[in-house]
Design a protein around this ligand. Structure first.
Ligand code: 13P
Length: 250
C-alpha cells in the first residue's frame, strides 16, 4: 500500500509571522493519526523557525522548494542540500516548472540537484509536466518521459527516496485542473515508465498531482488508482482549505 501524501508549496508567499500563524492553525486542526504524510514547503528563511514548532510534534514534515546544484563554496545566494538538512528539512522539491522555465534549470542541472539532495538524505519531490501547446500537439507523454530520464538513471536505493509530482504547466495557478481522467492517464503512464526499470519500484513510488488542486476537486483526483495525493500551491495558503484537502486524502 502506498501512503497518501499532501504537500504544500507556498512558493514566494508568507512573511515569517504569516507563516507561523498558518502553521499554528494547521497544527490545531490536524490529527496525528490521519494516515496522510503532510509536508510544508515554505521559503528558505522560514524553514528553521517552522522546524522549531514542528519539532515538538511530528504532524507535519518540512520541505524546501529548491536546493543548490553545488555542495558548498563560493556560490553567493545559494542554499545547499546539507544546509537544508541541518535546519530540519526532510524533503526538497526539485524540477518545479517555475524553476525549469523562469530560472532556466536544465535536465543536467536538475540531475546534479537530485543527486546532491539524495546524498544528503533528503527525500525528493521531483516535478514533471507538459506545457499546454505540448498537450495540444499530443506530445505530453513524450515530454514527461524525457523529464523522467533523471529518475530512471537512479539506483533502487536512491529511487526509494523519490516522490514524483505530475504538474501540467497549463494547470498551475490557472484554476483549470487536469480532469481526474487526464491526471490518472498520465500517472499510470509515469508508473509504467518506472516499471521499465523495476515493477516493484513502480508499484511503491508515490505520484502526486499538482495544478489548481483545491478543496472542491481533491477527493475526485485522489480517488484515482495511481494518484497518491497532491502538491498544492495557492490552496495551501489558506488554512481551512488546506485542511479540507488533507481530509480528502485521508
Ligand atoms: P497551484 O495549486 O497554485 O495551481 O500550484 C500548483 C503548484 O505549482 C504546486 O507546486
Amino acid at each position: 500500500m502506498r501512503p497518501k501524501i499532501v504537500a504544500a508549496n507556498w512558493k514566494l508567499n508568507k512573511t515569517l509571522n504569516e507563516g507561523l500563524d498558518l502553521v499554528q492553525f494547521l497544527l490545531s486542526k490536524t490529527n496525528e493519526h490521519d494516515n496522510v504524510i503532510k509536508i510544508l514547503c515554505p521559503t528558505f528563511p522560514l524553514l528553521y523557525p517552522i522546524h522549531q514548532i514542528l519539532d515538538k510534534n511530528k504532524k507535519f514534515y518540512l520541505g524546501a522548494q529548491n536546493c543548490s546544484a553545488f555542495e558548498r563554496g563560493a556560490y553567493t545566494g545559494e542554499v545547499s542540500a546539507a544546509i537544508l538538512k541541518s535546519v530540519g528539512c526532510d524533503y526538497v522539491i526539485i524540477g518545479h516548472s517555475e524553476r525549469r522555465k523562469i530560472f532556466n534549470e536544465t535536465e543536467d542541472i536538475l540531475k546534479e540537484k537530485l543527486h546532491i539532495a539524495l546524498k544528503e538524505n533528503l527525500k525528493v519531490i521531483y516535478c514533471v509536466g507538459e506545457e499546454l501547446n505540448q498537450r495540444q500537439e499530443k506530445l505530453h507523454f513524450n515530454v514527461v518521459k524525457n523529464q523522467l530520464e533523471n529518475i530512471l538513471s537512479l539506483n533502487e536505493d536512491q529511487l526509494i527516496n523519490v516522490i514524483i509530482a505530475y504538474e501540467p504547466v497549463w494547470a498551475i495557478g490557472t484554476g483549470i485542473n487536469a480532469t481526474p481522467k487526464q491526471a490518472q492517464e498520465m500517472h499510470q503512464f509515469i508508473r509504467e515508465t518506472i516499471a521499465t526499470k523495476s515493477t516493484e519500484m513502480a508499484n511503491n513510488i508515490p505520484i502526486l498531482y499538482g495544478g489548481s488542486c483545491n478543496a472542491s476537486n481533491a477527493s475526485q483526483l485522489f480517488a484515482q488508482k495511481d494518484i497518491d495525493g497532491g502538491l498544492i500551491g495557492s490552496a495551501s495558503l489558506k488554512g481551512d482549505e488546506f485542511i479540507q484537502i488533507i481530509y480528502a486524502a485521508s
